[in-house]
Design a protein around this ligand. Structure first.
Ligand code: ZN
Length: 73
């Protein structure tokens, strides 16, 4: 059992991937099913900022663990 990636939508504001109609990360409602690339940001030790330990998190400015789209159209 797993999450069906194909059904996920990407938030245009923060790139968070969700199957809700509202982004649980930033509460944005501007979601797109047209995106490329999926990045999974894992939780850091002791809730440290993922940007400290992950090049991709720092490049995308992601401060919470989760699944994100690389590019959202
Ligand atoms: Zn968002």
């Amino acid at each position: 059992m797993g999450i069906e990636i194909a059904k996920l939508k990407a938030c245009k504001a923060c790139h968070y991937l969700t199957n809700e109609n509202v982004c649980p990360n930033c509460k944005g409602t501007n979601l797109s099913s047209s995106y490329t690339g999926i990045v999974v940001i894992l939780p850091g030790k002791e809730h440290e900022d993922p940007r400290k330990g992950s090049y991709i998190a720092s490049r995308l400015n992601i401060d919470k663990p989760g699944k994100y789209a690389l590019k959202v159209r």
